[in-house]
Ligand binder design. Structure first.
Ligand code: FAD
Length: 455
């Protein structure tokens, strides 16, 4: 009897995940919940997290770029919570309350979601927004109402600028409100950004529940939110993470995947999930004749930078708010990191391309310090500073981008894709990456379940 039982052991499927960003980690965690998979995650860097990772600065460290989460990031928050992270401890969660200041025009916009249920919380916020003229309030309200009536959808795709024109939004309102919001959501300027993707995010934030538009500020570095608890979970389930391992070649023959090359060594696999950025994925698949169409899709991706300037002031310096928007200079958003226990540390975010890219780090720090001193004339000069430029922070989210985004499956048997750039409908965000990783894992699980072999 004992001998028969040992003979019907289920043969584990060997799954390799290439890339330990949030998409790769989400896929690895999900597959680790199923004992029929033997998962090995390979990450080229010495740490996990990819474009959302910890970076040393002063004693405590910071993130490679200030990240903001929203209540609508359901899959990300559920995943983090499922790993035993207490969301209330790790996040400062606030109802939508945006302050945007323009020091040169001495103007402040304040959009605060009311306590009413969705969608009234947004419509009332637009109607009562401080810093909007009467006509701007009326037009914004009409825009919001029509979006709800049309289910945040229309046929085809256009630019956000065109969307604003069709919905009669005054130029002044686009400049001071919709434009900064569009860049914050998609890291792409209104004239070049996809209206479909913009509306998709607005839909998820404002359509269903008031809490979906909450802003979530992590109180700890990004490593503590997903990479660290995911590592514990993956390893506890007898799966493996290998850091500092760059994959250089995929072994594919006649439409079937056999494994991959690392340091001139072949590693066999039943399945590989390529969970890299689109540009790294492009490099890995470009010599594969079976993946010509994917190669063309990936070749058409363009990228946008995000630049984060960390400025350490004396600990008593504070803005009194975790985040404010800034208009009229290079700085776009200012985060006060005292909620991380980093008193006096400010993170200034500049999304997308712009004249700041022409400045060297020293010039940029000087420029940003000057802009902050217009807003806060009492602040002394910063004591230390650091600039992080992520040149390919996100893909350029242009109209019709969704038509060109690849699915999780590929024409090669055993090869899968995960990453923020795949066909999630979302812009390049943590939520897009996590959704893609989870979806990829679910498709793999669904495909293999009936095929389990006995040996
Ligand atoms: C500065 C900045 C600010 C941002 N702000 C926000 C924000 O506020 N909110 C938000 O939701 N999103 C934000 N994002 C976007 C978000 O970080 C990304 O969308 C998300 O992290 C992408 O995850 P990913 O797993 O798809 O890809 P990646 O994070 O790029 O992960 C891919 C991984 O694959 C590894 N890899 C590549 N090639 C190989 C190889 N050959 N072998 C082995 N490993 C390899 C890489 O090292 C990397 O770790 C920001 C991004 C940046 C850069």
């Amino acid at each position: 009897m004992a001998a028969t039982e040992s003979k019907i052991e289920i043969k584990k499927q060997r799954v390799i995940i290439i890339g330990g960003g949030w998409a790769g980690l989400a896929a690895a965690v999900e597959l680790s919940r199923h004992s029929e998979f033997k998962v090995t995650l390979y990450e080229a860097a010495r740490q996990l997290g990819g474009r959302a990772r910890r970076v040393p600065f002063n004693e405590q460290g910071v993130d490679n770029g200030q990240h903001l989460l929203i209540g609508a990031y359901k899959d990300t928050l559920t995943l983090i919570e499922s790993l035993g992270v207490n969301l209330e401890e790790k996040f400062l969660r606030q109802p939508l309350d945006l302050t945007i200041r323009s020091p040169l025009k001495r103007q402040t916009i304040k959009l605060k979601a009311s306590r009413l249920p969705a969608p009234m919380h947004l419509l009332m916020a637009l109607l009562s927004c401080r810093g909007f003229s009467l006509i701007e309030r009326i037009r914004a309200l009409q825009f919001g109402t029509r979006l709800f009536m049309h289910g945040f959808k229309f046929k085809g795709d256009i630019s956000v600028a065109e969307l604003m024109y069709r919905y009669r939004q005054p130029k002044s309102l686009v400049e001071k409100f919709w434009g900064p919001l569009c860049i914050a959501i998609m890291n792409t300027p209104v004239a070049q950004a996809s209206a479909s993707v913009f509306l998709r995010v607005l839909h998820d934030c404002f359509r269903n529940h008031q809490q979906d538009s909450d802003l979530l500020f992590a109180k700890d570095n990004l490593g503590k939110l997903l990479p660290d608890p995911a590592t514990d979970f993956i390893e506890k389930n007898n799966n493996t993470i290998k850091l500092g391992q760059r994959i250089t070649h995929l072994e594919i023959d006649k439409g079937k995947l056999y494994g991959m090359m690392i340091d001139d060594q072949m590693v066999d696999a039943d399945h590989i999930i390529l969970a890299t950025s689109p540009s790294a994925c492009h490099r890995l698949i470009s010599d594969q004749p079976d993946l010509k169409q994917l190669e063309q899709q990936l070749a058409s991706y363009h990228y946008q930078p995000i630049c984060t300037i960390y400025l350490q002031y004396p600990p008593e310096v504070s803005t009194g708010s975790p985040m404010i928007g800034i208009l009229g200079g290079y700085a776009q958003w200012l985060f006060d990191r005292s909620i991380y226990g980093q008193d006096g540390l400010m993170a200034v975010v500049i999304s997308s391309e712009g004249p700041h890219m022409e400045l060297d780090n020293e010039q940029l720090i000087e420029q940003i310090s000057k802009e902050l001193s217009l807003l806060y004339p009492d602040w002394p000069a910063p004591e230390t500073s650091m600039v992080i430029r992520e040149k390919r922070a996100t893909f350029h989210c242009s109209p019709d981008i969704n038509e060109n985004r690849p699915d999780n499956t590929t024409p090669v048997e055993g090869l899968w894709l995960a990453g923020d750039y795949t066909n999630t409908g979302y812009p390049a965000t943590l939520e897009g990456a996590v959704r893609s990783g989870l979806e990829c894992a679910h498709q793999l699980i669904d495909k293999l379940k009936p095929e389990q072999t006995t040996g």
